[in-house]
Design a protein around this ligand. Structure first.
Ligand code: ATP
Ligand code: MG
Length: 393
């Protein structure tokens, strides 16, 4: 019976004159999301509202699931849409809707009538009163409660008549493609996919860079990162994943620099290379999964030392999150199971037993001069040998 969905959006309604840009992006993103599932859909914007209609056969749960992954949607109302064939027919249809939507008819309710088309013979109040009366007569166990009803049955008379009573929460956020672009440093861990997802939720189009260190890290470890990128892209849209061979840079650092500074120096080069690809993609920010105090390289001083090489703003959406809160999101977005697969990571292979937690930036810079002879060549080789994987297209 349900073949239509009213799409509610909140924040993007606040954008004044730019509102249409956000709405159009949301419509586009909904269309893209529905292209991935079976069925034909029409997505349309009508007087400040967005509707999705199924044209022919479709799977309800799959559709709700796809809509539930689109950033910018605050709620999804499955809706029965009917033609205006007179009040008596409408009354039958509303009764039918309630009958099919609720197994037990023992809740409190009210009917919200809305006459948006002024030539309809009943006004909003009359419509609500009449339909409410008919429902009570048909289902005597229902009770009217106009102040705190358990169920609000919306009946909106527009060109067609919309009947709906449930709103399934959406993810919120902003439609991807309305703000900026960001370059995510994506590792195989739990944190960075969540960080990328969070920034994408703010409407940012996210691409990613992954550093691997063959033969120290395996093809499976790389595949794991590709899988994580795919999962994030189910929400954030198509993503360019740059896979950078970081082995020679890591070996050079390992050979020439103090071992307690390895991680920091390595991370500084990761940031520099990420900025290179950010520039290529015209991204305006970097994104990492760092969180204060999680490991030695994530103390405030360590973060400052890493940050020092960056010219772009570095967004760390998880900075004040507890691990469990991050895990909760990774479970919700279904990256957790992949993240915990036990493959080696390029950072863990070259870690020192006692890494510095309060790096001195001048000392770090002095250590880095030991790389002067080789680093430009290694940097060039690393970016030139990059493998670009197109994810989620
Ligand atoms: P994650 O769970 O995201 O791997 P982590 O807690 O293991 O994070 P680190 O290994 O210190 O923390 O990495 C911090 C951040 O640096 C990551 O969240 C990610 O953004 C980035 N990063 C680390 N390793 C890599 C890598 N091999 N490729 C790309 N980015 C990386
Ligand atoms: Mg990691």
């Amino acid at each position: 019976m349900i073949k239509a969905f009213l799409i509610k959006y909140s924040e993007i309604g606040l954008k004044g004159k730019n509102r249409y840009i956000f709405e159009d992006a949301l419509v586009r993103n909904i269309r893209d999301a529905l292209k991935k599932i079976d069925g034909e859909f029409v997505v349309s914007k009508e007087r400040g509202r967005i509707y999705t209609y199924a044209d022919g056969d479709f799977d309800f749960d799959e559709t709700m699931d796809a809509l539930g992954k689109v950033f910018g949607i605050s709620g999804i109302c499955p809706m029965l849409q009917v033609e205006d064939e007179g009040y008596d027919k409408l009354s039958e249809q509303v009764i039918d809707f309630v009958d099919q939507t609720y197994d037990k008819k023992d809740f409190t309710f009210k009917v919200m009538g809305r006459r948006a088309r002024k030539n309809y013979p009943l006004n909003s109040m009359e419509l609500a009163a009449e339909l409410g009366g008919d429902l009570l007569q048909k289902f005597p166990e229902l009770k009217v409660d106009v102040h705190k009803p358990e169920v609000v049955i919306n009946v909106e008379v527009r060109e067609h008549i919309n009947i709906y009573s449930k709103e399934v929460p959406g993810l919120g956020g902003m439609p991807v493609g309305t703000s900026d672009k960001g370059m995510l440093l994506l590792s195989g861990g739990i944190d960075s996919p969540v960080a990328g997802w969070m920034v994408a939720k703010r409407g940012v189009k996210v691409d990613a860079v992954y550093f691997h260190a063959p033969p120290y890290t395996s093809e499976r470890a790389k595949q794991k990162v590709v899988d994580l990128a795919k999962q994030v892209s189910k929400y954030s849209g198509p993503m360019n994943l740059y896979v950078v061979n970081f082995t020679d840079i890591q070996l050079a650092i390992y050979e020439k620099c103090p071992h307690d500074e390895l991680t920091i120096i390595m991370r500084r080069y990761m940031m520099k290379i990420a900025e290179y690809f950010a520039a290529k993609e015209e991204s305006q920010c970097l994104i990492t999964g760092e969180s204060i105090g999680q490991v030695a390289s994530q103390t405030t001083q360590s973060l400052a030392a890493t940050n020092e090489v960056c010219t772009l703003p570095v967004f760390r959406p998880l900075i004040a999150f507890d691990k469990q809160d991050i895990i909760d999101i990774s479970l919700k977005i279904d990256t957790y199971e992949t993240s915990i697969l036990p493959y080696e990571d390029c950072c863990t292979i070259f870690v020192a037993k006692h890494p510095v937690t309060k790096p001195n930036i001048n000392k770090i810079k002095a250590s880095e001069t030991k790389l002067d002879d080789v680093i430009d060549g290694l940097f060039k080789e690393a970016v030139e040998s990059v493998e670009l994987i197109k994810v989620g297209e």
